[in-house]
Design a protein. Sequence first.
Length: 193
Amino acid sequence: MKNIVILISGGGSNMAAIVRASQRDGWRKSPGAQVAAVISNRPDAGGLALAREQMIATEVVDHKQFGSREAFDAELATVIDRHDPALVVLAGFMRILTPGFVERYQGRMVNIHPSLLPAFPGLHTHQRAIDAGCRFAGATVHQVTAELDFGPIVDQAVVPVLPGDTADSLAARVLTQEHLIYPRAIAALLQGQ
Ligand code: GAR
């Protein structure tokens, strides 16, 4: 069985979409995979309760308890590796990762970012897309490399930016698409492994 380990920092709606897809589409049979653990860097992340409801193991590695990024990433890797991951899935995991951590999971770690990369890496993507006058926005699933919000693109979804959109209304439209493309990309990656 290929273990998927999902890292979150907040509400965990992408994580929940992945768990739902894994159950609905029978990932245990094909591609022979399961969501083995959900790990948060925030003890109060809403997604932790969602995962527990689904009887998925949860762990917290609180970044505030560590003096450096390296120390936090080292402990995070220890906790991740306990679950023997075939794939590490960043789903709203709002931490900058150290090069050593990225290297450790090279080729088996993916992220979803709420923009059409390489446009708008970083924060406040929706407001920046509106301010730039973009007619289209979207989301990108990509392999994680040392550069923030960069790396080979696995899948993308496009949505229109509508007149009168706010960052919140655009974010909600994009998030709906994230919930479709992230499970699909993960299934495809695991199938190919
Ligand atoms: C999602 O929109 C995700 O793309 C974004 O955080 C949100 C998490 O929502 N990630 C990033 O901005 C990473 N750079 P969720 O916790 O409900 O899945």
